[in-house]
Design a protein around this ligand. Structure first.
Ligand code: ZN
Length: 277
């Protein structure tokens, strides 16, 4: 155990909502599993006495308010993850504003608190969506956790800062950016903070990365989805790369998570980075 706490976050969406090839209108065709996976995730966190930050999709908050209420009642932080899971750069500033306003309002109706943290769908805070920082600030968000300082075919800003930093916009707004953890290997930023990376690589890779950042005096930042511990979810036809990154390791992830929760001390994003929530 280290003195520094790490942040544990959950992108709270159902198993079929993270594919950019399935628009919101098609979601009703898939078997909903969010309620059972919510309970499973809450149980895992409670077993380790960990409070986490749930970045909730607005659509889910609208359809499953009881799940969001249950998360809130257990003392976890609720942040926002957009409404329709559309990558930001595919939205206009007006549409993005409408999405996060609607999501924020729904969350506030359920919990009595407005979210202060945001994570973009598919880490889509990239150069083409930089305007979104102003929209977030103007909607009361204090921090963003949407920039992955690495290369990926779907996202990432390779040259972005690896640790918590302040972003200032030309309009004079500022927000705190809290990137998911990457570790340094040679000259590369290796993503070790969750998702497909966590499921595909051996657990020790994440442990090595988290130890490295803690040694630098920085908290690790981890993220998962509730469907990543649901090995029984339907198998559907997907393009090969999406199939691989979605379905690999579903049966071993819970075991790996238990190791992670044993090896490191975790709390919410707000708690670890000193925000009032
Ligand atoms: Zn997502």
């Amino acid at each position: 155990m280290n003195d520094i706490k790490c942040a544990f976050s959950i992108d709270f969406e159902d198993w079929y909502q993270g594919f950019e090839i399935f628009p919101m209108e098609s979601w009703r065709n898939y078997e909903p599993r969010i309620e059972r996976n919510c309970l499973k995730t809450l149980e895992l966190l409670s077993d380790f006495n960990v409070k986490a930050t749930f970045f909730v999709l607005g659509y889910i908050a609208d359809k499953y308010p009881q799940s969001v209420e249950a998360i809130h009642k257990e003392g976890h932080e609720i942040g926002a993850h957009g409404y329709s899971h559309t990558q930001i750069f595919k939205l206009s500033p007006e549409k993005f504003n409408e999405e996060i306003r609607r999501t924020g309002n729904t969350i506030a109706d359920i919990t009595g608190k407005r979210p202060i943290g945001f994570r973009a769908p598919i880490f889509s805070m990239v150069k083409d969506s930089w305007w979104a920082i102003d929209v977030l600030v103007e909607n009361g968000f204090k921090y963003d956790s949407s920039i992955l300082p690495t290369f990926n075919y779907r996202y990432g800003i390779v040259a972005a800062e690896r640790f918590c930093n302040e972003i200032k916009t030309e309009r004079g707004n500022s927000i705190i950016e809290i990137p998911v953890t990457t570790a340094k290997f040679l000259n590369l930023n290796i993503p070790v903070g969750g998702g497909a990376y966590f499921r595909i690589w051996p657990y020790n890779v994440t442990r090595w990365g988290f130890r490295q950042v803690l040694k630098n005096g920085q908290p690790g930042v981890f993220y998962m989805h509730p469907w990543e511990i649901d090995a029984g979810q339907p198998r559907i036809k997907l393009p090969p790369r999406l199939y691989l990154t979605h379905y690999t390791g579903l049966d071993t992830t819970e075991r790996k998570l238990k190791k992670l929760l044993t090896d490191f001390d975790f709390s919410t994003m707000a708690d670890v980075f000193g925000f009032e929530y």
